[in-house]
Design a protein around this ligand. Structure first.
Ligand SMILES: NC(=O)c1ccc[n+]([C@@H]2O[C@H](COP(=O)([O-])OP(=O)(O)OC[C@H]3O[C@@H](n4cnc5c(N)ncnc54)[C@H](OP(=O)(O)O)[C@@H]3O)[C@@H](O)[C@H]2O)c1
Length: 164
């Protein structure tokens, strides 16, 4: 399986490592290279910024197709997602921040075949709330990837008034 992880050098590092250990050939797209070791020679870096959409499109043309993609892309980057999607033949999982669960702006559940979504929520514990750790994010995103659910949440987004 050829998997593209956009933003894999940050909080999704655990996703990259786990997928590579599981046998995937993982390509990490970020401006700086992967620094998490070779992981059995199955991780490579694609040094690209997703904001320069012209450069992104050209560079991706020379990298072949991917079987699936996990993408953490800043929401103010129009165009990048569509370009990335063109080089993926199968499952696409978008990692979204908690703002995408705002009950004031209810979202549509993705239909079959559309990019799936995993929302990063928060954790309620011992009378207070906190954001997720990188490790919790990676575990939750991996679960979402394996589950096939169209839309899922890591942690919780309810009650919304208690987010940190
Ligand atoms: N709900 C929650 O609990 C929640 C939600 C979101 C974030 N967080 C926390 O907040 C921390 C910081 O979040 P973060 O957004 O900085 O995420 P991050 O995953 O730590 O870093 C962003 C990732 O995207 C890449 N990236 C950024 N801009 C890019 C660009 N223009 N082109 C290509 N790649 C780009 C970065 O690599 P390069 O810089 O090398 O390009 C990096 O791999 C995280 O560690 C996480 O723990 C928590």
């Amino acid at each position: 399986m050829r998997t593209l992880v956009v933003g894999g050098t940050g909080m999704l590092g655990g996703v990259v490592t786990a997928l590579a250990n599981d046998g995937d050939h993982v390509t990490v797209l970020a401006r700086r290279g992967w620094r998490g070791g070779s992981v059995q020679g199955r991780v490579s870096s694609l040094l690209l910024g997703y904001r320069q959409t012209g450069t992104l499109e050209l560079a991706l043309k020379h990298n072949g197709l991917f079987d699936r993609m996990v993408a953490w892309i800043h929401p103010d980057t129009p165009g990048a997602f569509g370009i990335l999607q063109q080089v993926v033949t199968g499952d696409v999982l978008c990692v979204l921040g908690s703002a995408d669960a705002d009950p004031g702006f209810p979202a549509r559940i993705p239909a079959a075949g559309e990019p799936r979504e995993v929302i990063l929520g928060f954790v309620r514990e011992a009378g207070h709330s906190r954001w997720l750790t990188d490790a919790e994010i990676s575990v939750g995103v991996l679960q979402a990837l394996c589950s096939g659910e169209p839309r899922s949440v890591v942690g919780t987004v309810t009650p919304w008034s208690e987010r940190p």
